[in-house]
Design a protein around this ligand. Structure first.
Ligand code: BLA
Length: 511
């Protein structure tokens, strides 16, 4: 009935989801002019909750329409410089207690009042929750483990049918990296979703407002009304970015219907002011979560966020330590062995310092190889290409074919390479190789058909099918880590020095 005008979009990003002009019906909204205490905005459903319709509220002073005690309580909140939206606030109107979330939007103080779903104020046990998290934090070894534990714990706190930890890649495609679900549901684990499923303005909004509740996807949006405009269409000027009841994009509702989901809760996971991922909860029936339980779920998000970079750094550090150890071993062999070329090329540590599957050196017209390498002719051709393309330089890639199409025939050995040329000239150089790692990406529906145009060519809609669509990524190796690239570079430098030293000594011996 409302908002038909805003869905004529030519792209997903242009939908102004922060000013929908309506809210979800499991609560009502009042917008009160700051300093003035007059009701400037209200949702059309106030009569359902407090008996008084918008005509009795709009333009009135709160002291005139609310019991004195409640009105002055509210006025004290509205006067605060900074309003803390997490502050517990209960309003009793018409004999009913309402959980009330308060925040500021422009000149207005927004109050969103929701009856407690089970009629009582239930505070979660934060002590137990915190203690559980600390024990989870101690026993889980890696980040993925921890995500799994947080998914399980969030499901047990909230009771959603499915809780997923969803991680973004650089393009904001996302992957379900942990999942806790009702046993009879099919798993979404490891599925990948294209960036278009959560357009940029939605992601930006979830940075500012880390909690998104959709209580019932079959809801009727309730228009927002204002003093000078009581049209049934809804007033689109009130910014609801930080609102808890904000109405949902009709396109996203369609998406959730296509998925068969009835209600959702989403919590943002931030790292360095960027969206790292989401805790995404699904329920297959409508579900209204009490405010304090929502805050508990939000706390799970904070717990997890506090650990993300700690764990990522720890995992990198562990790999870095192994790499350093292998580098030291390789340098020792280089300095202590007379036939160091041969010795290096029999040593496992030379591969380990870059976690390579093969390595080779070309020096003084000779090839020395270690591990899995292409046949000599192909290897020589590769040295020739690299030293011509990158004279006196180094290069690394996890997609050799990109710079050297002939690598297609040798991807079994060399899909990725780290190369350092040597100043002795010619095609001299050293390289580390990684073999191809074929990766199958399990897209939930064909990503090229993620956004559909309707018959009128204007209105967009999300894909109807989430049937698995496999994308096979070939000709690439695992990417090189910084620590591996650095170790390769240190070894190359030492080798170069060592060779120079030997050459000078040999010349001196001759004289
Ligand atoms: C919002 N899309 C969202 C949200 C999620 C997803 C989690 C946040 C709102 C919520 O809690 O439901 C996507 N949900 C997913 C994904 C999974 C999931 C990937 O459970 C994986 C398991 N969506 C489209 C297209 C458009 C679009 C084509 O597919 C645009 C034309 C838009 N998605 C869209 C919009 C929002 C959204 C506008 C914001 C909704 C809002 O907050 O109002």
């Amino acid at each position: 009935i409302v908002n038909r005008d805003i869905v004529n979009l030519t792209n997903c990003e242009s939908e102004p989801i922060h000013i929908p002009g309506s809210i979800q019906p499991h609560g009502f909204l009042l917008g009160i002019k700051k300093g003035d205490f007059r009701i400037e905005f209200c949702s059309a459903n106030t009569a359902d909750f407090i008996g008084a319709g918008p005509e009795k509220l709009l333009g009135k002073y709160i002291a005139k329409v609310f019991p004195e005690e409640q009105a002055s309580l509210f006025a004290s909140y509205a006067n605060e410089e900074v309003i803390d939206p997490a502050k517990p606030f209960v309003f009793i109107l018409h004999g009913t207690s309402f959980n009330t979330t308060v925040h500021q939007s422009g000149d207005n103080v927004i109050m969103e009042l929701e009856p407690f779903p089970d009629g009582t104020l239930q505070l979660p046990n934060l002590y137990t929750q915190t203690r559980n998290f600390v024990s989870i934090m101690e026993k889980s070894t890696g980040l993925l483990d921890l995500c799994q534990e947080v998914a399980d714990e969030t499901r047990s706190i909230t009771g959603y049918d499915r809780v997923m930890i969803y991680r973004f890649d650089e393009q904001y495609n996302g992957e379900v990296i942990a999942e806790s679900r009702r046993e009879d549901l099919v798993s979404f684990a490891n599925q990948k979703y294209p960036h278009t499923d959560i357009p940029v303005q939605a992601r930006e909004l979830y940075i500012r407002n880390p909690l998104r509740v959709i209580a019932d996807i079959n809801y009727q949006p309730v228009p927002l009304l204002t003093i000078d405009d009581s049209s049934a269409k809804g007033n689109h000027s009130l910014d609801l970015s930080l609102s808890i009841l904000r109405s949902v994009s009709p396109i996203h509702i369609e998406y959730l219907k296509n998925m068969g989901v009835g209600a959702t809760l989403t919590i943002s996971l931030l790292q360095n002011q960027k969206l790292w991922g989401l805790i995404t909860c699904h329920h297959y029936a409508p579900k209204i979560l009490p405010h304090y339980t929502r805050l508990s779920a939000l706390l799970q998000g904070h717990f997890l966020t506090s650990q993300i970079s700690v764990r990522e750094v720890a995992e990198e550090y562990k790999i870095g330590e192994e790499v350093d150890k292998a580098l030291v071993e390789s340098l020792t062999i280089l300095h202590q062995t007379e036939n160091f070329m041969e010795a290096c090329y029999e040593s496992a540590s030379l591969l380990k310092l870059a976690n390579a599957t093969g390595a080779a050196i070309y020096y003084d017209g000779k090839l020395y190889t270690n591990g899995l390498v292409p046949p000599d002719a192909d290897l020589l051709a590769l040295f020739s290409f690299l030293s011509n393309a990158y004279p006196n330089q180094s290069v690394e890639t996890d997609n050799l074919i990109d710079i050297y199409p002939a690598a297609r025939d040798i991807s079994k050995y060399a899909a990725g390479v780290v190369f350092h040329s040597m100043i002795s000239g010619g095609n001299d150089g050293i390289l580390w190789l990684r073999q191809e790692k074929v990766e199958t990406i399990k897209w939930a529906g064909n990503p090229d058909k993620a956004v559909l145009k309707n018959e009128d060519g204007n209105r967009l809609s999300p894909r109807k099918s989430f049937e698995l669509w496999a994308e096979i990524v070939k000709d690439k190796s695992m990417p090189w880590r910084k620590s591996e690239i650095n170790a390769a570079s240190s070894f190359s430098y030492a080798l170069q020095k060592h060779i120079n030293y030997r050459v000078i000594r040999a010349q001196e011996d001759q004289n």
